[in-house]
Design a protein around this ligand. Structure first.
Ligand code: HEC
Ligand code: HEC
Length: 152
């Protein structure tokens, strides 16, 4: 019996990060929500590695076709926090092409069932628009039972 409990405990410790707790870690600076969630959701820092976040922060004046630049103080505050909570597991920390979560191998694989026309629906617009389909994405929940794909 004791052995069984011990094994169950070990198994729970070894559980991979589940798709329902991939959110914003506690202690985020207020500036992250204020500055990085006005055009899209506040992406969880654990979905990109350090190098990608460094690139994003150093190119904020040319941010995916828009200007998202910050004052020096806010920039270093957000930067420090992002780098501290950046992905460490190989799966999420592998270098993302174009600094996009949506260009990573895991993202493409997890979404291979989504047909190309679905991404273009007016209710979706872009793969980067996580909240269009993951209704609880802002809470860090990407579980498959919390997916609702807009029909148009
Ligand atoms: C002025 C609007 C604006 C602000 C402010 C902004 N972004 Fe963005 N961001 C965009 C746009 C536009 C895209 C491209 C979205 C798309 O392809 O649909 C983008 C894309 C991204 C992506 C890549 C998404 C993908 O495709 O995987 C990341 C990561 C990102 N932003 C992080 C940030 C961070 C961090 C901040 C705060 C420092 C920030 N953004 C602030 C407009 C903004
Ligand atoms: C067009 C709708 C759509 C958009 C937009 C979208 N996803 Fe998904 N996502 C899905 C579907 C469908 C699945 C597969 C669910 C399943 O396995 O049944 C999925 C699966 C996932 C999974 C795996 C969940 C699991 O249980 O293993 C993660 C993580 C994820 N998405 C993250 C994201 C992130 C981050 C974004 C935004 C950068 C995003 N998704 C944008 C539809 C979408």
């Amino acid at each position: 019996m004791k052995t069984y409990i011990f094994i169950a405990l070990l198994a729970s410790l070894a559980m991979p990060v589940s798709a329902s707790n991939m959110g914003i870690p506690a202690g985020a600076p207020k500036s992250y929500e204020a500055e990085c969630a006005s055009c899209h959701m506040a992406y969880p820092p654990g979905l990109l590695g350090q190098k990608n976040w460094q690139n994003i922060i150093s190119e904020l004046d040319k941010h995916f076709g828009t200007d998202a630049s910050l004052d020096t103080k806010t920039e270093s505050e957000i930067s420090r926090w992002l780098l501290k909570h950046a992905a460490t597991k190989q799966k999420y920390s592998a270098f993302a092409p174009e600094n996009r979560i949506t260009k990573t191998t895991w993202f493409i694989r997890k979404h291979d069932e989504v047909r190309s026309d679905v991404w273009k629906r007016s209710g979706v617009k872009s793969p980067a628009n996580c909240t269009a389909c993951h209704v609880d994405a802002a809470k860090g929940n990407f579980d498959d039972d919390r997916v609702r794909i807009p029909t148009k």
